[in-house]
Design a protein. Sequence first.
Length: 331
Amino acid sequence: MTNNSLILTDLHRHLDGSVRPQTVLELAQQFNVALPAYDMPTLRPYLQVIDRCPSVEALLAKLDYQVAVLGDLDAVRRVAYENAVDVAANGVDYGELRFSPAYMAGPHKLPMQGVVEAVIDGVQAGARDNDIMINLIGILCRGDGQQACHSELDAILSQRDHFVACDLAGDEEGFPGDLFVEHFKRVRNADLGVTIHAGEPGPTSSIWQALNELGATRLGHATRAPEDPKLLDFIRDNNIGIESCPTSNVHANTVADYNVHPLKQFLGHGIIASLNTDDPGVSANSIPFEYQMAKEGIGLSDAQLIQVQKNGLQMAFISNCDRKALQAKKQ
Ligand SMILES: O=c1[nH]cnc2c1ncn2[C@@H]1O[C@H](CO)[C@@H](O)[C@H]1O
Ligand SMILES: [Zn+2]
């Protein structure tokens, strides 16, 4: 389903939502973390979505196991390294991994800057060993509130040169984007890109807010964008990239099924939308699986699948020079 002569990307993948189940189990034993079970068949349904969750919140609750086991900075480095290995194993040439320093540091009260450094270290080593290019996106966890998000941003900016962008994730309805205008001013002043989780499950006003007030040039999900035709036009006319994650949307019940996923409509509207995994640790998905479902479930044509793959490279938070260098690898 993917085209080998084109660069394959995964631009929306939470590093702290992509911890291998086996690693969760091993780290839990290492750090004496209580789990509902210690054998994989019994444990798996707690860690991963079996059919679907009733809501985004229910899906996100499953992620908590993945950070509960991060007992020290070596554990953080390990999951970061394994993330890079797993992205490469998906056949991806260029990946963007995002993570929340506060979410990862929280359970064992690790130093946030140390977490950032350990992630950088692990991802760099994994990318080097697997001959793949990976960039990092820092996440601000909306649910922690304004003050905590400023501290989280401090930790990210302490290693500014190792990031390409910042994102806002978590509880979109409880903590709307208006609370984070100052944070994203700081992000833009640091010359970092902006992508925002919006319109999943929040209303179209949340997407407008991300674009107009936070300065987003990319959107995570935006599954509710089709409710407002003017918004779709705006997204197309301003070359806003949409990071679609169909399996995650079906699992979180923000889209009823693949065959009603808006990706097809985005592409039909001329919007730059790409295919991504979101949280493979809970969804047990991969980039090849997303392309397969885009064809068989969403019903994209072969030409649309090629367009989606090209869109990934076009939307990437990299320079045009890097884009050309990546594409040259394939020729
Ligand atoms: O699909 C999603 N929607 C909104 N927030 C998410 C999603 N997946 C993960 N996170 C959030 O991202 C941070 C970890 O990277 C956590 O805040 C988690 O709740
Ligand atoms: Zn996400």
